[in-house]
Ligand binder design. Structure first.
Ligand code: GLY
Length: 324
């Protein structure tokens, strides 16, 4: 058989079939298949709610916000919203952020007290103001102006845990060693048409020094989204991760051609390259690109990320890779 050049091949019947197959692979990823990817076990009901809201006609921001509300409203989730463990003074202080990959606009709140749905307040900062981040007293005043009701966010269980911590003369404080509790809910999502959103909500580290702000409400750290590329979010020790602007770094790795999975591991490897002690850090990240491909990774096996994936109508709980 005569060898044929590429141009002639593409004009042939076989060539046309190759082109159609490549096209359909591209459009399959983009067309009509929303994907919701969230951190931890509490991400599963959050994804399911997000998918429901999206299916009912909500946009992607609505879906991510309402999905995250599920964990915020659940008193059994002790790291997010109502029932989140308090700071060292026994006061619950919440952080949240949401970013729209189309408009490249975000809203965030830090150290918000008495309001159980900080992600919804963050959404309103995005929609109703020219600001990006509101903190503390101002964030609370804004929430009240927007019609949110102040509530006691301590549950009997979280109050007891705080009293036990307070009564323990050997208790860990953040002046010395961190205590364990930072299972932030991060969610990244695509509408299946190339639009991406990232949101996260947390009560931060249990027993934190009052006023401490972690990575979650910092744009580029806890969340980042750009429709040209994809979106990322993070969970773990926000004091450590803030120093690495984890989410924007992952999106930039994807912009340079990395898959979401490779971008997640590249970030973790970079953290270890700059400081080998980071191998022991509580660091987990998730990412999605604008074609709906996903990635998830944890720094170490003893803090391996359980993550939730909603795709094609199926809701799953999976385990990430762990580097060390
Ligand atoms: N990643 C949550 C926090 O450290 O506040």
């Amino acid at each position: 058989m005569e060898p044929i050049d590429r141009r002639s091949f593409m004009k042939s019947v076989a060539g046309a079939a190759v082109l159609v197959a490549a096209d359909s692979a591209r459009t399959k990823a983009y067309e009509g298949s929303p994907v919701f990817l969230s951190t931890w076990v509490h991400g599963k009901p959050a994804n399911e709610r997000a998918a429901e809201v999206f299916k009912a006609g909500g946009n992607l921001l609505d879906a991510v916000e309402k999905g995250i509300n599920v964990a915020e409203n659940d008193p059994n989730v002790t790291s997010v919203g109502y029932g989140g463990l308090p700071n060292a003074q026994g006061v619950v202080e919440l952080d949240a952020a949401i970013i729209d990959g189309t408009r490249h606009r975000a809203g965030a709140v830090c150290s918000l007290r008495e309001i159980k749905n900080p992600i919804s307040v963050a959404r309103l900062v995005l929609e109703k103001t020219q600001h990006t981040t509101l903190a503390g007293e101002g964030a609370l005043r804004f929430a009240l102006q927007m019609g949110f009701r102040p509530e006691q966010l301590l549950t009997p269980e979280s109050l007891k845990k705080w009293l036990d911590w307070k009564a323990n003369p050997q208790r860990k404080t953040f002046w010395l060693n961190p205590a364990d509790n930072h299972d932030t809910l991060g969610m990244v999502a695509t509408d299946g048409k190339g639009h991406v959103v990232s949101g996260c909500s947390t009560s931060g580290l249990a027993w934190k020094i009052p006023g401490r702000v972690g990575d979650s409400p910092l744009i580029g750290c806890g969340v980042y989204a750009d429709d040209n590329v994809g979106a990322a979010s993070a969970t773990g020790n926000g004091d450590l991760m803030s120093n690495y602007c984890t989410s924007i770094s992952i999106v930039h790795y994807m912009a340079r051609g990395a898959s979401p999975q490779d971008a997640c591991t590249e970030l973790l490897e970079h953290m270890v390259k700059t400081d080998p002690d980071n191998r022991t850090g509580d660091v987990c990240v998730i990412a999605i690109n604008n074609r709906g491909e996903i990635g998830a990774a944890a720094m170490k096996k003893s803090y391996r990320l359980k993550y939730a994936l909603w795709r094609d109508g199926e809701s799953q709980l999976l385990e990430s890779v762990a580097l060390y």
